[in-house]
Design a protein around this ligand. Structure first.
Ligand code: NOJ
Length: 446
């Protein structure tokens, strides 16, 4: 029996830099990922891959939308390349860039697919990085203006906006570990400042969008992290998994961003650098923070804990994806419940999926049984989580097409549709037909 409510929505997600290509066409300005990939002094990205062409969706979006329609996709979450629309991030609007997204939105609507917009999926205009990037509080206002320009253009046509994708990656991969653009390796207090500016930027954008589009349009933020699931489904097990999920010593957390944005505090488990930063926050800043209308959760893997909250080490030979992430479907049942208990907001799964070593078989098709099995397991667990009471309103698979996987380049294939990067030919994998059936039956086929 399926636990997906009648109006549950099903879709797919992608991001500008990962699929569009056309990196310097029609007046687009450079962004930090263009710079990062083109850097000749250091190989930041495997094989020196770049997003210059990617899936060439900038030119092939009509073909992509037709494929979505053929696979029953109801929602397409895509991101806008800020530098395509405002080449230096804060000055003149590039009408041709805006027109591209307008055409995409029209094409989606004409095919009965809802367009959902992410404003920022990591591709900051280079000119703004030259001003300090997210360390510079001026970006709060500048991001708000950009959000308002997008809201004005798409008002009445787009019902869901997401401000920032994975603030954790923006701050920690971009400013702390340096494995994402802009490739900085800064100390904790600076990273905390980035998080703080991101909270303010989300809030400013949300205020501006709601003022323009009205209250029926919903604005969300899309955090990520690793959540815990219990070894035993007992009250003590669940309680332990809840607390382990929000213990900041675990490193990769939803709450470093969400506690600040929604609860206006830092967890006691925060490390010294964050605590020192927190002590400098002007209390008036908390008043500026806007609680999102919904949370978009990007959930890929979790970790298991015992009733004492101790992490249970994965056994030898534990099932892994191609990029060596654990296959842990249970996180899809318990994760949204933990998030709901702490923040009380409606949720969408805005990303979930896996990379596989997909190949084109002798028969010309791509048989990705592993992806089907993975998604089936995760969706069954999501159904249980909804039955347990987590208000998850929809599920977006990552990703429709294989695409540019950041510092992993094109090594990792996450798509339901295979992309031959030599020709940009699209080949639907077996999982695409499987997912179309899941959507058609609202999860009954699982
Ligand atoms: C999260 C990111 O939002 C997306 O850009 C990335 O490709 C997927 N996870 C897979 O790593």
């Amino acid at each position: 029996m399926s636990h997906f409510p009648k109006d549950f929505v099903w879709g797919v997600a992608c991001a500008s830099y990962q699929c569009e290509g056309a990196w310097n066409e029609d007046g687009k300005g450079p962004n930090i990922w263009d710079d990062f990939c083109h850097d000749v002094t250091y190989e930041y990205v495997k094989n020196r891959d770049t997003g210059d062409v990617a899936c060439d969706s900038y030119h092939r979006f009509r073909e992509d939308v037709a494929l979505m329609k053929a696979h029953n996709i109801q929602v397409y979450r895509f991101s806008i390349s800020w530098a395509r629309v405002i080449p230096d991030g804060e000055g003149e609007v590039n009408e041709k860039g805006l027109q591209f997204y307008d055409d995409l939105v029209e094409e989606l609507l004409a095919n009965g697919i809802e367009p959902w917009i992410t404003l920022y999926h990591w591709d900051l205009p280079s000119a703004l990085q030259n001003k300090g990037g997210w360390l510079n509080r001026d970006l709060v206002e500048i991001f708000g203006r950009y959000a308002a320009i997008i809201a004005e253009r798409f008002k009445g046509r787009v019902q869901r906006f997401m401000t920032l994708n994975e603030p954790q990656c923006i701050a920690q991969c971009g400013y702390q570990n340096g494995n994402h653009a802009p490739g900085l390796k800064l100390g904790e207090e600076k990273v905390a400042l980035v998080y703080h500016n991101l909270c303010l930027a989300h809030s400013e954008a949300q205020r501006r969008i709601k003022a323009i589009c009205g209250d029926d349009v919903k604005v969300g933020a899309v955090p990520c992290g690793t959540l815990a699931y219990p070894e035993t489904d007992t009250p003590a097990g669940r309680e332990a998994a809840y607390h382990a999920s929000f213990d900041l010593r675990q490193g990769w957390n939803f709450n470093i961003f969400l506690d600040s944005l929604i609860l206006h505090r830092y967890d006691d488990s925060a490390s010294e650098g964050y605590k020192r930063f927190a002590a400098t926050i002007d209390p008036a800043d908390w008043e500026l923070m806007e609680t999102p209308d919904f949370l978009g959760l990007n959930i890929y893997q979790g970790f298991m804990v015992d009733e004492q909250g101790r992490e249970i080490k994965r056994y030898p030979g534990f099932p892994l994806t191609a990029c060596k992430w654990g296959i842990t479907p249970e996180v899809m049942r318990y994760g949204p419940q933990h998030i709901y208990r702490r923040y009380g907001l409606p949720m969408y799964i805005t990303e979930n999926g896996l990379s596989c070593n997909d190949v084109v078989y002798l028969d010309g098709k791509v048989h990705d049984a592993k992806r089907i099995d993975f998604l089936n397991r995760y969706l069954l667990e999501l159904g249980k989580g909804i039955a347990d009471g987590a208000p998850v309103l929809g599920y977006l698979q990552w990703s429709f097409l294989d695409n540019f996987e950041w510092s992993e380049g094109y090594n990792e294939r996450f798509g339901l549709i295979y992309v031959d990067y030599r020709t940009c030919q699209r080949i639907p994998k077996d999982s695409a037909a499987w997912y179309a059936k899941v959507i058609e039956t609202n999860g009954e086929s699982l």
